[in-house]
Design a binder for this molecule. Structure first.
Ligand SMILES: [Zn+2]
Length: 414
């Protein structure tokens, strides 16, 4: 028997269809969560699913589940998926690729009458981007019990619209949907996604086997000195908060300059007060965003940041607060090895890679064996209208996903 392959032309056609919802005219989309544009994209997908006889459900936070029946309907479904919402503006690949690749797997299994033991579902997570409503990865966080439903429904966008109301409005446009409870069991979860970074493209590797999602620690640093006249105050008398910030960040840059370039250290916001050209600044506040896949290393740098702040030679006061501490997530060995095996079976090179960005898979990992398949994206660009992935890589990723899903559900042609 020849190996099963997805229908590449149909995958690209579905991709083009989705790109029409919220199209900006500059190659990207504006399709924030629960907007009319995202609702239309969701409806188009649901209509395709209904045509194929797949059951469509929704949970209380607006995650959609498209199900192809298994031989044993009593088993927990194997799930694939991602999201259809975008940044404002965003590209045509982030999220949507994982949804259409998953849907193509369902259609391929249906075309070839392949029976799977467990049911197989595509999940469209609600509000992954967090661009309109906060926080990001909301749908999967609520599904996993890591964020309360009430808090999520009570989130407001910048125009004062409540998420719960916008969800209700969106649902009235989606046609009949069965209700599914939060946190229903999954056999496994596999998400296909563009890398959103440059590594696969640089190394000409079509398939990234994602080992996990790196941890993030964020800090707020406040430095207090003393305001003084810029023209009359000698160096020895100054308590210049800006110079202290420069010395501290320079030290932290060397602490985080690892030789394999895996630590991500960013000072993304810095405020200097009072902000007058002729006053020595008395107050500086800045943020630090620190990321790495290894929990122990992250903890060690975390400590070093506090130590550097305590021991800095400065007449100013320094306080450091940790504002976010999200540990790294490791994906299941079983899913990682399946992705490697199935990519090899399709004749594709693979490399193991940690995800620099966060994804819905992060919240699935504690619930069931979870993994992700990355495909390269041009110049590593994402959250940008110029986001682009090669059609050949899109097809390669979907074929790998098909192999993994088939393996994990022991699907066989009837
Ligand atoms: Zn995404």
């Amino acid at each position: 028997m020849t190996a099963l392959r997805i229908n590449g032309a149909r995958l690209l056609e579905r991709h083009k269809l989705m790109a029409g919802f919220g199209e900006t005219g500059n190659g990207g989309v504006i399709r924030p969560a629960l907007s009319d544009e995202e609702t239309s994209a969701r409806l188009a997908l649901l209509n395709l699913a209904r045509e194929r006889g797949f059951a469509c459900s929704v949970d209380p936070i607006g995650n959609l589940f498209i199900r192809r029946k298994g031989a044993d309907e009593g088993r927990a479904p194997l799930r694939m998926g991602s999201h259809l919402d975008s940044q404002i503006p965003g590209g045509n690949f982030d999220g949507v690729y994982g949804v259409i690749a998953g849907f193509e797997v369902l259609e391929t299994l249906e075309d070839h009458k392949v029976a799977s033991d467990a049911p197989i579902e595509v999940v469209v997570w609600n509000n992954e981007e967090g661009a309109r409503f906060s926080p990001t990865t909301m749908g999967s966080a609520v599904h996993a019990g890591q964020l309360s439903l009430d808090k999520a429904l009570g989130s407001f966008d910048q125009d004062g619209n409540r998420l719960g109301d916008e969800l209700a409005r969106s649902l009235t446009q989606l046609g009949p949907l069965k209700s599914i409870e939060l946190g229903s069991e999954s056999l496994a979860y596999v998400e296909a996604h563009i890398e959103q970074g440059p590594i696969l493209e640089q190394n000409e590797i079509p398939i990234g086997v994602v080992t996990g999602i790196q941890g993030i620690v964020q800090f707020e640093v406040r430095i207090t000195g003393e305001e003084a006249h810029a023209g009359t105050t000698p160096r020895s008398r100054r308590k210049d908060a800006f110079w202290a910030a420069l010395d501290l960040t320079a030290q932290l840059r060397s602490v985080t300059a690892d030789k394999d370039d895996a630590i991500r250290f960013t000072v993304g916001r810095l405020t200097v007060l009072p902000g007058s050209p002729n006053t020595v600044p008395a107050k500086v506040a800045f943020t630090i965003d620190l990321r790495h896949p290894d929990e122990a290393l992250l903890a060690s740098v975390h400590t070093q940041i506090y130590q550097a702040a305590e021991t800095l030679q400065t007449p100013c006061e320094i306080s450091v607060i940790t504002t976010l501490n999200s540990p790294p997530v490791c994906f299941a060995a079983k899913v990682i090895s399946s992705i490697e095996r199935q990519a090899a079976e399709v004749g594709l090179d693979t490399a193991r890679i940690a995800s620099g960005a966060t994804h819905d898979a992060k919240f699935m990992a504690p619930l069931c064996p979870t993994g992700m398949i990355f495909i390269p994206c041009r110049d590593g660009i994402s959250h940008n209208e110029n986001e682009w992935a090669d059609p050949e890589h899109m097809i390669a990723g979907a074929n790998t996903l098909l192999g993994v899903i088939t393996e994990l559900t022991r699907a066989k042609p009837t």
